[in-house]
Structures are given as C-alpha cells and as structure tokens.
Design a protein around this ligand. Structure first.
Ligand code: AMP
Ligand code: MG
Length: 400
C-alpha cells in the first residue's frame, strides 16, 4: 500500500515537460499554456497622455490661488499629436488618451474650467496639483518587463495585454494527446440498446471532460470487452498515437481484470494499492513511449484518481507551472466518518455561513454513486492521520 503523496511523486518523476512549442494567433490562445514568457517590447502607455477630457497646461501657469486666464491654442483628439509646444499663458484642449503636448505637464478636467466668451478661445482656471490627470509613459508596463510568465494558462485579460503590446502570435505548448478507453463486457455505449446486465458507460464521458478541462486532446478508443487479445490490440494502438493512455475498469482483483496482465506484456506496470478511499486500486506504468494509467471502474473512483494522479501529470506534460489546485479550510457542518491510515475524499457542498466557509457531505459516499459528484461542489480532503471529524472542526476542501 502506498500513500497518495508517494504515488503522485512517483508519477510526476516519470513525466517530461512538453517538447517544441507551436505558434498560434492570439485569437486561438485562450486556455492554452504559454511556452515562452512575453516581454513588453515598448513602454505602455507609449507616451505621457491625458487621463481626462480637459485642458493641458504647463504647471508654471497654475495660479496658487484665485484664477488665471489662458489662451486655448488648439484642440487635440485621441490619436493625434500636437506639433510644437505650449508657451506660457497657453492651454490646449485635449481628449482622454491623447499624448501630452510639449510644454504641458498637467490637465484640468473640462468641468473645472470656465470658458470665457462663446468662441472657446480663452479659459479661466484655478489652482490644481502639478501633474494632475496625466498618465505617465510606462506607468502600466515599462519596456522589457515580463508581463506573462511561461507556463501560465492564458486568460482573456492576458490576451488583451498581449494584444496591447502589438503581439499577434504566441508560442504555446502543444496539447498532450490522451487516448481513452473503457473496459468491461458489462459496459454499453449510450445511445445504443443495453442488454440485460449491462450498464451505460459513464467513465469515458466524465474522463473525456476531465481531460479536456486539463488542456488535453482526447483520442476516444471506445469500449473494449474483457477479451485479452482485443485489449492488447487496442492498448498497443493507443500507445502509438498518444502521450498518455487512460483506461477505466479492470484493475481490481477479479478474474476479468486483464489490464494488468496485458500491460505486463506490452510495457511495464506498477499495480498499486493506494491508501485512499474511494479509489484504492490503480495501475500506473509505461506503454511504449506513452504513460499509462489504469483507473478503477467505479465512476467516483475513476474521477477521483484522475484528479489526484492524472491531472498533475497532464499539467506537467502540458507545460503548466501550477500542478495542484488551490484548497481552502472550511468548518465541518456535520460529523464525518474517517479511518486513520488512509486519505479519504468525500464529496461536499461548500457554502458561506456567518461570514465563513462551511461544508457538509452530499450524503451516501459509495464509490459508485456518481450523483454525489454532481450534487457536490467540492472535495473534502481528510489526511491519513486524521480520525472521525466532529461538527465544527476545520477540514480542507478543494472546490470543483
Ligand atoms: P472493475 O474495476 O472493472 O471491476 O469495475 C468496478 C465497477 O465499476 C463495476 O461495478 C463496473 O461495472 C463499474 N464500471 C466499470 N467501468 C465502468 C464505466 N465505464 N462506466 C460506469 N461504470 C463502470
Ligand atoms: Mg471490469
């Protein structure tokens, strides 16, 4: 029996990072992993500019008290540049975002300026702080700064910042290719008739979604019956086409549990009893150049072992910096059973209560009860050493 932590470390030690990047336009980079850091090629903003619609002046013309009359020498919209410089006694009407003219370092918002006469040729201004309402060149991002680190998963705001730097193409890690199959004579394809004794395949759909969420590309190999030659042929095909191969079912100790036997033949396999509940049996190993994961058949166990063992490995392969999700502490709203000596993962419902996080379980926690994953919005993570949880105790949760 090995611990969850040891299992994770052993798997991660076998995963290499992604190879050569691919170059894609910014419009196709959402949720992808950046392979090379992005640096600002110039200052943002590229020049000092006005933060308001108003009047640009030199600070020498700001009256310490009372009012002063200035001559308006022009009108500068955003996107234009004022040629020349303001002389003392002059102001320039300026729009938000327009570059500051020479000789000016302060902008009066138009609301505080009094126009004298109808022509708008002269204005009266009062005291204002020197430098007010000016956005300085480089105040957002100075040239040369790393604005997005390699290994970041790109969000909409990252794409906006990249675009603001004039960059339209990014170096991205290639998506890991993940071959996925279900095993079992009892497993039927949804949308097709089901023979007596059969159940519909749940795992291939939950796992497909999990893989795609992690940035992997799924190669769906369908359902493989518990027939040794068929399983061997399908796994062999999978290993040639993919970086990772994931199966579910057939790793417990029943007579039809062929995955281990076939893997011993085609590659190398570690068959683990992991000290966790649910999801105890798990096979991990190599299949040609691919990494193989034989997940348990019970639907909750297969999703959970994916989250614990496959997800960090996929993230590493995909080039991501962060391999584990954030957790938080919550107050247990109810008593929870727990055996010491193994990690237990319950499906929980996390909510805010009196200004703090509170969590209760979704009810029955059997490893076949997939509806607990649907009713829940988090995992409750209870460490090996811990015993039963009393109401009010603090527990660790990982939001889904
Ligand atoms: P096994 O590990 O193959 O013994 O499967 C353990 C349990 O999970 C059995 O009740 C199987 O019927 C069930 N099971 C296996 N594969 C799937 C699947 N793809 N979808 C839903 N349940 C499954
Ligand atoms: Mg089976």
């Amino acid at each position: 029996m090995i611990s969850v932590r040891d299992g994770q470390n052993r798997i991660l030690a076998q995963v290499s990072g992604s190879t050569s990047p691919e170059f894609l336009p910014v419009t196709r980079a959402l949720d992808r992993v950046l392979a090379e850091e992005v640096r600002a090629p110039f200052d943002v903003p590229p020049s000092d500019n006005s933060a308001v619609d108003g009047y640009a002046v030199g600070s020498g013309d700001i009256p310490p008290t009372g009012a002063r009359e200035l001559a308006v020498v022009g009108d500068l919209p955003a996107g234009s540049v004022f040629e020349g410089a303001l002389a003392p006694g002059q102001a320039l009407r300026i729009m938000t975002g327009a570059p500051m003219p020479g000789g000016a370092d302060t902008v009066y918002p138009q609301e505080v300026v009094k126009a004298l006469g109808d022509a708008g040729g002269r204005v009266s201004v009062g005291p204002i702080a020197k430098g007010a309402n000016v956005r300085m060149r480089g105040e957002d991002v100075p040239a040369g700064t790393i604005v997005i680190e390699a290994g970041s998963v790109l969000r909409p705001q990252d794409l906006g910042l990249v675009a603001s730097l004039g960059i339209w193409q990014l170096a991205l890690h290639r998506k890991p290719r993940v071959a996925l199959l279900s095993t079992g004579d009892e497993v039927a394809e949804p949308g097709h008739p089901r023979r007596p004794g059969q159940i519909y395949d749940a795992n291939r759909f939950a796992l497909r979604g999990s893989i795609e969420r992690c940035g992997g590309e799924v190669l769906d190999l369908g359902i493989v019956p518990d027939v040794r030659d068929e399983l061997r042929a399908r796994l062999d095909e999978a290993a040639r086409a993919a970086d990772f191969v994931i199966s579910s079912g057939g790793v417990s100790v029943g007579v039809y549990d062929l995955v281990k036997a076939v893997l011993d033949e085609l590659g190398s396999i570690d068959f683990w009893q992991v000290a966790m509940q649910p999801g105890r049996p798990l096979a991990a190993g190599r299949l040609g150049d691919a990494l193989f994961f034989g997940l348990p058949g019970n639907p909750v166990a297969s999703m959970l072992t994916f989250m614990l063992f496959v997800r960090p490995a996929l993230y590493k392969r995909a080039g991501r910096r962060a391999l584990f999700h954030e957790t938080l502490e919550a107050r247990a709203a109810e008593a929870m059973t727990k055996k010491t000596g193994r990690m237990e993962f319950k499906r929980g419902i996390l909510s805010r209560h009196g200004g703090a996080w509170e969590v209760r379980t979704t009810g029955p926690q059997g490893s076949g009860i997939l509806s607990s994953m649907v009713a829940g919005n988090c995992l409750i993570i209870l460490d090996e050493a811990r015993g039963a949880v009393a109401p009010g105790e603090s527990v660790t949760v990982e939001p889904f």
